[in-house]
Design a protein. Structure first.
Length: 392
C-alpha cells in the first residue's frame, strides 16, 4: 500500500481517538495559514476577523468552549500545510480545520479533511476546484471565476464591445483571464488581444502601450496586488490612457486600500469587481468596520471578511448540531446556510458547498479627500460558474 494512504489512514484513526480523548467541553479549531513570511498580513487579517467574531458572539457555542489552535505554514508550502493539518488533528485533537489563505495549501489540507472526515472551512483560497477535494469543506471567501466571469458579462452590458486582456502569468491570473473572456464573449463581446506579464514584473509601459494600440473599448487587468497596482496606475498615466474613454477593469486587488495609496490620483476611474470592500454602504458593514477599527486600528479587507464569515458558519453549524463535531453532521448543517454578512446577503450552495454572494462593480473616486471604491452596480446571487460546467 502506498505510504501516503497509510499515513492518511493513520490520521483518520487517530482523529477518532483524539476526538474521544480531548475535553468534552471544548471544540478545537485548527487554524492553518500564514502567520509569518510574505503572506503574514493575510493571515493576520483572517485571524482578526475570527477574533472580532468571537469577541462579539462569545467563545462558547451550544455549551462548549471554542479553542483556536494556530499553526503557521509560513507561506506557499503545501507539504507543510498538510503536515500541520495532520498534526493539529492527531496531536492537538482538533475537531475542525479552518483558515487556508493560499490555494496550494488548501488543496493539500483538503486531503486530510477528506480522510479524517473533519469539517473544513476555507476562509480565503479562491481557486474553484478546492471545494471538490473534500466533501467536508465549505468556502467563505470567493472564487476567481465567480468574480471575473460576472465582470465580463457586465462589461458587455455596460456598452463595451472590444476588450484587451492583460494578466499575471500564473494560475490565478490564467483563471481570471479565462473567466473574464468567457463572460465577455458569451455576452457578445470580442477580445481584440491578450498578453501575460511575468509574475514579478513592475514595468507595465510596454504592455499597456500594446493594449492601447489595439484601440479597445476597455482593458482588463488581473494582478495579485502587492506593489504591482501602483506600477500599473503609473503606466496608465504615462501611456496617456484616458480611463473615461477606455474602461480599465480588474479584480478587486487592483484597487485595494494599500494599492490606491501607492497609486495616488492615477487610480481615479479604475473599475473593479469584488465581493467585499470596507466602503460597502450597508448598516451591517458600517458596524463591522467601526468595531474592526476600534479593535485593530485598521480597516477590514476581504481576508477579514472571510475569517469573520467563516466563524459565523462554524458557530451556526455547531448550534444546529448541538455542538456535535462529526464532519458529516457539520457540513450538512452548513449546506444552504443563509445570512446577512458585512459584504451583503450570503449563503452556502447546498450542492457545491461554495459561497453564493453579490459581486459589486466599483469605481475609484475621491471621497472626503481619500481614494475609495464606490459601488455603482452589482450582480446578485452569483454562484461559482466553473462548477456549473463540471460533469455530473
Amino acid at each position: 500500500m502506498h505510504k501516503a494512504f497509510v499515513r492518511l489512514g493513520i490520521v483518520a484513526a487517530a482523529a477518532l481517538a483524539a476526538g474521544a480523548a480531548h475535553a468534552q467541553g471544548t471544540v478545537k479549531i485548527g487554524l492553518v495559514q500564514s502567520f509569518s513570511g510574505q503572506f503574514a498580513d493575510t493571515g493576520a487579517q483572517i485571524e482578526n476577523g475570527i477574533k472580532l467574531y468571537m469577541k462579539q458572539h462569545g467563545d462558547t457555542v451550544a455549551g462548549k468552549k471554542i479553542e483556536i489552535i494556530r499553526k503557521d505554514n509560513g507561506g506557499i508550502a503545501p507539504d507543510v500545510a498538510k503536515r500541520l493539518s495532520q498534526e493539529v488533528i492527531v496531536r492537538d485533537g482538533a475537531d475542525i480545520l479552518a483558515g487556508f489563505d493560499l490555494t496550494p495549501n488548501a488543496l493539500a489540507a483538503a486531503d486530510v479533511s477528506a480522510q479524517a472526515k473533519k469539517f473544513m472551512v476555507n476562509m480565503n483560497a479562491a481557486t474553484s476546484v478546492i471545494t471538490t477535494k473534500s466533501p467536508y469543506m465549505v468556502r467563505t471567501s470567493f472564487t476567481v471565476w465567480q468574480v471575473n466571469e460576472a465582470l465580463g458579462g457586465w462589461a458587455y452590458k455596460s456598452g463595451l464591445r472590444k476588450v484587451y486582456t492583460l494578466v499575471s502569468d500564473f494560475g490565478p491570473g490564467h483563471d481570471g483571464e479565462a473567466a473574464f473572456q468567457k463572460g465577455f464573449k458569451d455576452a457578445g463581446g470580442e477580445i481584440v488581444g491578450s498578453a501575460r506579464y511575468p509574475v514579478a514584473n513592475l514595468d507595465f509601459s510596454a504592455f499597456l502601450q500594446r493594449a492601447k494600440d489595439m484601440n479597445p473599448d476597455g482593458i482588463y487587468i488581473w494582478t495579485p496586488g502587492g506593489t504591482q497596482p501602483a506600477a500599473i496606475g503609473k503606466a496608465i498615466a504615462e501611456r496617456g490612457i484616458d480611463v473615461n474613454k477606455v474602461k480599465v477593469m480588474g479584480q478587486g486587488e487592483l484597487t485595494f486600500e494599500e494599492a490606491l495609496k501607492g497609486m495616488g490620483d492615477a487610480g481615479l476611474g479604475l473599475i473593479t469587481a469584488f465581493h467585499y470592500d470596507y466602503n460597502h454602504q450597508s448598516e451591517t458593514n458600517k458596524k463591522f468596520v467601526a468595531a474592526y477599527n476600534a479593535e485593530f486600528k485598521r480597516n477590514p479587507d476581504m481576508f477579514s471578511a472571510g475569517g469573520y464569515d467563516g466563524m459565523h458558519v462554524i458557530y451556526e453549524a455547531l448550534k444546529k448540531t448541538g455542538a456535535n463535531t462529526d464532519g458529516e453532521k457539520l457540513v450538512e448543517a452548513a449546506k444552504g446556510m443563509k445570512w446577512e454578512s458585512p459584504r451583503g446577503p450570503m449563503s452556502i450552495d447546498p450542492e457545491t458547498r461554495d459561497v453564493v454572494q453579490t459581486v459589486y462593480i466599483r469605481r475609484v473616486e475621491k471621497v472626503g479627500g481619500n481614494l475609495v471604491n464606490v459601488e455603482f452596480d452589482k450582480i446578485e446571487n452569483v454562484k461559482d460558474p466553473w462548477k456549473t460546467r463540471m460533469p455530473k
